[in-house]
Design a protein around this ligand. Sequence first.
Ligand code: FES
Ligand code: FES
Length: 128
Amino acid sequence: MAYSEKVLDHYENPRNVGKFDDSADEIGTGMVGAPACGDVMRLQIKVNEQGIIEDAKFKTYGCGSAIASSSLLTEWVKGKTLDEAAQIKNTEIAQELALPPVKIHCSVLAEDAIKAAVADYRQKRTVS
Ligand code: FES
Ligand code: FES
């Protein structure tokens, strides 16, 4: 299948690949899988005292569209509040990357991952 230029760009030069130490309490981790294909995405956010996402990293074991979706997402969430980040819609990602219908679930994975990362961060904060 043909990938869009933006997908290829993120796929060949993924932004913010990596990992934060999950035990640090300024880190939120979202780990999600796509039932449709078995691909897995780990997205992590680093949040400052003002509740702003300072940094984000991802690792995606999956297709080019999933890698591009998570790469794009790490760029988008930087500088956002937790609420703003949790409101990012997969449709915005799919539109930006010009994903074809069969690849929409790859962007859903990215939306699920950021929501899970925000939830994980919040849960850590209430427990500790
Ligand atoms: Fe092929 Fe997801 S279905 S990598
Ligand atoms: Fe399943 Fe892309 S094909 S995440």
